[in-house]
Design a binder for this molecule. Structure first.
Ligand code: LLP
Length: 412
């Protein structure tokens, strides 16, 4: 998959589908998130095609990656469901028009209020990660006179090949239940007359560097499920990786599907992809405020920061950064540190980025920012959250307006 397939520099400058990034930045200001809905649809279709050989597959897009209503609506229009991790995400999904039965609700710390809301709304699946949670779920289901479908989340004790902050399947992690706890819950099913135990859930992490861990985790889940007649669904989570730079070699959807298909024959399979659907549909546009050369470093201070995109500061993530127009006439590229205005040394958007000499007012794009970008934005340093725009073909529209200072003090 070419990283810049839809985002290419033409003589007119960087384009998102048929719209010039430059025009959006001029019209709407910066920092600005821009998403290609065409690319979102293409990603979902590629995933569906890869998993076609498995007979019963359902995609539940993981809203935590990007929960803008326009993104959720585009996902729903493609026939996918939603993976929600909080009452707030369920509310967002329902606000976007999701059928509650097409929502899976996961989360290591669901409050009783959230559980009650989800049961009342008729959410399709509860991924349960705590035996006490089963008690709350049973009580709320009984009180509301509902039946609830449960997938027990297994902690498979598999260490994912990824950044330690986003690995979830190893023994010491807070996620999931041990296989003993799952067997115990299944042995005590009669204590939960309103719950239908119908599946297992397993998700070992995000941005998975290889397929080995997933295969091992799914094998463990299937071994555990085998003796139970009712466990015919396996939710294998998300985690499909996305290249953030042109040289990254990562397994594609097909590689996961081909390895898993023979194992999962006879099971209904649920997927919860987030990043792989929305990362490469998005970029963050920013403007150069200042430049300086000190300590042997070329430093460019831009108007985006860790408050819009925390991934470089939090995980050391490397996002490609490009000028919106061809600046090669300015001279050769040099190693540049791109930083934001926030009062933290960690507020770096890119270290050692090859960029031409930059001047105040130049526009840059931080690529592959559609996943875990805006959803992780904060108000630190009293910075209003940026606007978001969606592009379809030659048209664009604002999907969330830029916050104003007044929004910062609302509620105080
Ligand atoms: N299902 C479960 C249970 C999850 O915990 C996650 C992600 C997903 C699905 C979606 O995973 P994906 O397909 O996006 O890899 N903020 C981090 C990523 C955190 C992932 C959290 N869980 C980042 O920016 O890299």
């Amino acid at each position: 998959m070419a990283l810049h397939e839809l985002m290419h520099v033409k003589p007119a400058g960087l384009m998102i589908e048929g719209v010039a990034a430059h025009q959006l930045a001029q019209t709407l200001g910066t920092p600005l998130y821009v998403y290609s809905l065409g690319r979102l649809r293409a990603n979902l279709r590629r995933l569906r095609a890869a998993f076609e050989p498995l007979s019963q597959v359902e995609i539940h897009y993981s809203a935590k990656a990007n929960a803008n209503l326009s993104i959720l609506r585009a996902v729903l229009a493609e026939g996918a469901g939603i993976d929600a991790v909080s009452g707030g995400e369920i509310f967002r999904a329902l606000s976007a028009g999701a059928d509650p039965r097409a929502i899976v609700y996961a989360g290591a710390g669901k409050t009783v209020e959230e559980i009650a809301y989800a049961v009342e709304q008729g959410i399709g699946w509860f991924n349960v990660e705590n035996l006490a949670e089963l008690g709350h779920l049973e009580r709320e289901a009984a009180r509301l006179g509902r039946r609830v479908r449960v997938a027990l989340r297994l902690n498979p004790e598999v260490t994912a090949n990824t950044h330690p902050y986003i690995a979830t399947g190893h023994g010491g992690a807070k996620f999931g239940l041990t296989s003993d706890a799952i067997r115990q819950a299944l042995a005590e099913q009669s204590r939960y007359p309103h719950l239908d135990f119908m599946g297992l859930h397993v998700h070992i992490g995000s941005q998975l560097g290889d397929i080995g861990g997933t295969v091992q985790a799914v094998e463990r889940a299937l071994e555990l499920a085998a003796p139970y007649e009712s466990l015919k669904t396996v939710n294998i989570g998300g985690g499909f990786p996305v290249p953030y730079g042109p040289d990254e070699q990562l397994p594609a959807f097909d590689a996961f599907a081909q390895a898993l298909a023979p194992l999962l024959r006879g099971y209904r399979v649920l997927l919860e992809p987030g990043r792989s659907i929305v990362a490469d549909i998005g970029l963050l546009l920013t403007r150069v405020l200042y430049t300086k050369y000190q300590g042997g470093q070329t430093i460019v201070i831009v108007d985006a920061s860790m408050t819009e995109l925390i991934r470089p500061a939090l995980y050391g993530a490397k996002h490609a950064i490009l000028p919106l127009s061809d600046l090669s006439a300015r001279g050769s590229v040099q190693s540049t540190q791109v930083v934001g205005p926030v009062c933290e040394t960690a507020d770096v958007l890119g270290r050692d980025v090859p960029l031409p000499p930059l001047h105040e007012g130049d526009l840059l794009a931080i690529l592959t920012s559609g996943a875990y970008g805006m959803v992780m934005a904060s108000h630190y340093n009293a910075r209003p959250k940026p606007a978001e725009v969606v592009v379809e073909g030659d048209t664009w529209r604002v999907a969330r307006s830029r916050e104003r200072w007044q929004d910062l003090i609302a509620g105080e």
